[in-house]
Ligand binder design. Sequence first.
Ligand SMILES: [Zn+2]
Length: 371
Amino acid sequence: MYSCYSCGKTYSLLEPRWRCDCGGFLTLPEEATFPQEAFFNRGYSIWRYRESYLLPSHAPSISLGEGWTPIVTAKIASVEVRFKLDYLMPSGSFKDRGSSVLVSLCKALGIEELVEDSSGNAGASMAAYCAVAGIKCRIFAPAYTPEGKLIQTRLYGAEVVKIPGSRQDTNDAVLKAAATTYYASHLWNPYFVQGHMSAAFELWEQLRGELPRSLLVPLGSGGYLEGIYRGFRTLQLAGLVRTPPRLIGVQAQNCRPLYEAFLLGLDTGAPIETQPTLAEGIAVSRPPRASAVLEAVRRSGGTILSVSEDSIQAAHALLLRYGFYTEPTSAVALAGWLQMPEEERENSMILLTGHGLKESEKIAQIHGVRV
Ligand SMILES: [Zn+2]
């Protein structure tokens, strides 16, 4: 059963729905459902933990082998820090965790065509999983999006619909399309969030329960952080984890509605002015699930940091020096970690979210390398 975060109204999971009639976003219950007895006999992908996502029981597993990404330790500024390489995924970003689960739901609901709006990793990821599932996929993007960012999406066979005008115009256009076609929104859909629970389960299993004290993630819409929180919550309710890590979301100073909200003690995203940022992947000025994200950060005992463009560039250069080839967005979490006091930096883990090979030209430009 879905329930609305704002008004509490409930809906059947078999209804193809992406938000409440009141306009609020939907949530799924927090449960202790964790297939501890079953998963030892299963393969190493997010589907090892299938029951935890609370999908309808007849849902297939639409999978490309996503998940179970490596953990690597590095010593930076004389402190050891661990990285989880979530950019090593089938479509090149952590979003595959969410897409795999959401597209599986769509298949269970008999959906033959869906729409989504994203000019980046989420669009490419949804297109990949729709290709596996045989679902027709239309991705809406602003007309100003560079064609290079859409190539991967197109090559998977998705139709790209370019909308003239602002990001808001694209948003309006996809909502209009959503009146007749299922809107599989990575920003709104609770099943996209459910897929991200898998990162918490993997950490618990890979580290044999010895979890880090702090977990740092780039923070845009916040779905990743919300999902990871829900994953640890599940393990806690199942009696497997006593103290989950503090979740630390890191935003770019140039687009920081959740940072402002956290600072001001608000329950929803703060209205802000935005500037362009190197961390394009987290430039979300009005995250629809903001209330749930803020609640997750607070309940985990964590915080939200914001980092300057210069520090993102410097952190990205550092990642390259350590051999991590990520997109610039991934560097915000390291930039946040570097600005924490040294004693708080101990026993941390940083999630690296998107592959650099998608953006080599931009990366060369950022670091002043001529191509
Ligand atoms: Zn509602």
